[in-house]
Design a protein around this ligand. Sequence first.
Ligand code: PGA
Length: 241
Amino acid sequence: MEVIVVKDYQELSKVAAEIIIEEVKKNPNAILGLATGGTPLGTYENIINAYKQGEVSFKGVKTFNLDEYCGIDKKHPQSYYHYMHENLFNHIDVLPENINIPSTEGNDLQAQCDKYNELLNQNTIDLQLLGIGGNGHIGFNEPGTPFTQETFVVELAEKTREDNKRFFNSIDEVPTHAITMGIKNIISSKKILMLISGKSKVDAAYNLIKGPVTEEFPASVLNNHPNTIVIIDEEAYSKLK
Ligand code: PGA
């Protein structure tokens, strides 16, 4: 794991965007794995700016998102479908047919997982962007998830629902389940870019970098991946100095 320590969130976002843009310039048909949450927002802003300045095009790029909440419509302002369109897709030239986000529509969620997993097996992700949960989750793979797990319906940990309630009116509105790529899907990516920012991630960063590789801390699996870059700001790195 290569660890790049940067000054602050602004620098983290700039460096992350540069790595993604380089990937797409090198391979205009790149397959990108994308993440939601607070952390990648600045990265997406930088990517949009680079696109608007004519620096990069996403016309040939395919995208796969990590996860989606169950029990809310994709038009809901907190769905990850909505998030991705608002914060990235509506502002760049990626083709709608090349965008993949797990669908949680209908009653047969297992069929939705199988369909998404099949697509992932047919498309090797070149670069997967990741955030880390306060409890070490990646995607929505909560502590205890086997490293062999493929796309599945997960019951969200209480810690995750607490962490994400800031995006909803109350904890009761935070979905209890989601569909997520499994850990096996994530580590099948050729390259992984993990972003860690802020005080709330101090312990998670420490466990990732110094802790044992264990299913109790899902992100620790990245220590077994041959091509992972961690970009971390000084605040999140403070316990590691
Ligand atoms: P955050 O979420 O970027 O909103 O902190 C990260 C995650 O839960 O994976």
